[in-house]
Design a protein around this ligand. Structure first.
Ligand SMILES: C[S@@+](CC[C@H](N)C(=O)[O-])C[C@H]1O[C@@H](n2cnc3c(N)ncnc32)[C@H](O)[C@@H]1O
Length: 322
């Protein structure tokens, strides 16, 4: 597998209030999801019994043959978590709001561009010289999508020309409810990536950005020629924020995660994305609470104010889960 990062023009920062109304403007979020699910019927599996899920006759719920039904929320997502679950630890509504603010000022823009370019290359159908053999629509899932930024970037920039269906999955209902704000044809699902509510081999691509991974589950839901893109923090990721807390630990981060990847993936290719982002005063405030590296820990405000820039250092790894 050869991964290429084509040069592409810089795109504008993603912010909800910058998005232009489009052809979907008159469609409610719920109707949009109903239409996506109707067009792609053989993907979802019941979280209770694993049987195929289909839209009910009134399209108000997804039901399996055993009668387990899961309502489609007015907000335009479906909760396939079953009872309990939801946001855990630092991943509360404030975390996702701060993360969205950081996305809005472009902190991860370059990273999103590189990930989408790679995904686009990997999703090319065999008839155009790519490696996807599937007949019919190509499918991509962002597993652990949070408030939806990278799934949105995928849906906007990674489509390889063939018909593509995009899904976003997260454990947090708050995050998924926020994700439905993106103007995009993405099916947003609340669910557990360790027990993903999808049928075997449903996806050509699973993306997993700065989130926990479940390699066995990813292998199950990937097609035979499907690919996992795992994005994890590089040694210097947000080092200025960690330094504020005296948590540089010899200057390296994510070592455990990198070893874990080596043990659980047959890595075909890797790339690193590293850049600095200058910070304006109002941008500094959201940073500590938008990353699990520092969320829930109050930094010294004077030290925070002294920050001039922050490092984004990510590793992008592509291959097959073992
Ligand atoms: C650091 S956030 C990253 C979110 C998103 N990829 C982004 O970069 O904004 C980690 C995410 O993993 C999600 N998560 C944690 N455990 C999960 C699980 N078992 N199933 C699905 N999502 C999970 C959290 O809810 C959170 O949204």
């Amino acid at each position: 597998m050869r991964l290429v990062f084509p040069r592409r023009p810089r795109y504008t920062e993603i912010a909800m209030n910058e998005q232009k109304p489009d052809a979907h403007a008159k469609t409610s979020k719920r109707e949009r999801l109903q239409s996506l699910l109707a067009r792609d019927p053989n993907v979802l599996a019941c979280p209770v019994c694993g049987a195929a899920l289909r839209l009910s006759r009134e399209a108000s719920a997804l039901c399996c043959a055993r009668g387990h039904c899961h309502d489609i929320a007015k907000k335009g997502y479906v909760n396939l978590l079953g009872r309990g679950g939801g946001a855990k630890g630092v991943y509360d509504a404030a975390f996702f709001a701060n993360r969205r603010a950081a996305f809005g000022f472009g902190l991860y823009e370059e990273a999103a561009r590189r990930i989408a370019a790679l995904a686009k290359e990997l999703l090319r159908p065999a008839e155009t010289g790519g490696q996807i053999e599937r007949a019919g629509a190509i499918r991509a899932l962002d597993a652990g999508c949070g408030e939806g930024y990278f799934a949105f970037a995928l849906s906007r920039d990674a489509s390889p020309g063939a018909v593509c269906r995009f899904y976003g999955l997260d454990l947090s209902r708050e995050a998924i409810a926020m994700a439905t704000d993106y103007e995009a044809d993405i099916a947003w699902i609340v669910g557990d990536l360790a027990k993903p509510p999808f049928r075997d081999g449903a996806f050509d691509l699973v993306l997993n950005v700065l989130s926990p991974a479940s390699y066995g589950a990813f292998r199950r839901i990937l097609a035979r020629d499907g690919v996992l893109i795992k994005v994890l923090p590089g040694p210097d990721h947000l080092r200025e924020l960690r330094a504020l807390r005296g948590e540089l630990e010899g200057g390296r981060s994510g070592e455990g995660a990198r070893e874990h990847v080596e043990r659980h993936m047959r890595v075909a290719e890797r790339a690193s994305v590293r850049y600095f982002r200058a910070l304006r005063p109002e941008q500094k405030k959201v940073l500590p609470a938008m990353t699990p590296l520092t969320a829930g820990k109050t930094p010294d405000p004077v030290a925070l104010d002294s920050l001039r820039r922050v490092t984004v250092d990510l590793e992008i790894v592509a291959g097959r889960p073992l």
